[in-house]
Design a protein around this ligand. Structure first.
Ligand code: BDP
Length: 324
């Protein structure tokens, strides 16, 4: 039996147990790998409060931040089963589960951060959320959070693409990212967020790639003091709710959840910009060197990755590029 079918079957008893439970009070668990105070955590906490108020306390939320409910991959599986009701994850993590979303996961598919924001705010952003909802994976895509721009951080400085040669660089567990780092001359190594710090410490990896808030808040900067501004990935991060949970909500409750998830999308963005600015300042203070690099060689080296993964999204990619 394939994995997908197993998950669907496993979800059945839950569906029956809770059938007809609409209108009852429900507490929804939200899982987050980021710590308390992180922009995505704060925005979702506010979302939860607003939904609770708007539903007269029928829907309540409990935030489990700091990865206490597991890695993103584990949490996605829990959401599919309805055991965890909601989460915000990197689209990178969802790619291997729902390959239709991988268009946004390709290296340099967005011109810059602003371009990504325009795309997720418009019809294409909704289209990718709908792909999540319409897949067989028992999740509803509600809204987007901003995960900024991902750059390389390494123990030894990377001042040109040649310096990256042979370095073991951690990526999110998605073959697309392994291929991306390999194409740049490094060796992509997949592992969960929570394992990066000790892998850096013990020398299992030579570096990783992420945005400034994650580099700071997950303490990676203590072990990797060189930040090379490649901007190779700009990954948006969907908030998803288990379809098992969604189907138990009344249409009114569904509208309310959707409305405040979309509001959270805009609130998180303000928090994100502020947090990024503060993180950059703190990282510099802690001795991290920010290295400007010619991006062109990184763009060119990853062309085969865009060809390999982008072929099936050719029309979509044209439409992404056309967003001004
Ligand atoms: C962060 C994302 C988070 C990912 C993490 C990672 O916000 O969702 O899990 O990167 O690379 O930027 O594991």
């Amino acid at each position: 039996m394939n994995f997908k079918r197993k998950l669907l079957l496993a979800a059945l008893p839950f569906a029956f147990t809770f059938a007809g439970a609409a209108n009852a009070e429900m507490t929804l668990k939200i899982a987050e790998v980021h710590p308390a105070g992180y922009p995505t955590v704060v925005a979702q906490e506010h979302m939860g409060e607003k939904i609770e108020e708007a539903t007269d306390g029928e829907l309540k939320f409990r935030m489990f931040s700091g990865g206490v409910l597991g890695s993103e991959k584990e949490v996605v599986e829990q959401v599919q089963l309805g055991a965890v009701q909601m989460t915000r994850v990197s689209l990178g993590t969802l790619g291997p589960v729902i390959p239709e979303v991988n268009a946004f996961n390709m290296p340099f598919v967005f011109r810059d951060h602003e371009h990504m924001r325009k795309v997720i705010d418009g019809p294409i952003g909704q289209e990718i959320l709908d792909k999540i909802t319409n897949s067989d994976f028992n999740m509803v895509g509600l809204a987007w959070m901003d995960g900024g721009v991902r750059n390389l951080y390494t123990k030894e400085p990377v001042r040109s693409i040649e310096d990256l040669k042979g370095m073991k660089i951690r990526v999110i567990g998605n073959p697309l990212f392994i291929d991306t780092l390999n194409a740049m001359g490094a060796q992509g190594v997949a592992m969960a967020t929570g394992e990066i710090y000790s892998a850096l410490q013990t020398g299992v990896i030579d570096g990783a790639e992420n945005n400034p808030p994650t580099m700071l808040e997950h303490n990676h900067y203590r072990e990797a003091k060189n930040y090379t501004l490649t901007g190779h990935l700009i990954l948006p991060e969907p908030i998803v709710i288990s379809k098992t949970t969604w189907n138990k909500l009344t249409p009114e409750q569904q509208d309310i959840v959707m409305k405040y998830a979309k509001e959270a999308q805009m609130e998180e963005r303000q928090l994100w910009d502020k947090k990024t600015e503060e993180s950059v300042a703190k990282l510099k203070e802690a001795g991290v060197e920010f290295i400007e690099v010619d991006k062109q060689p990184f763009y060119e080296a990853t062309a085969p990755v865009r060809e390999k993964y982008g072929a099936e999204f050719a029309d979509l990619i044209k439409r992404i590029e056309a967003v001004e």
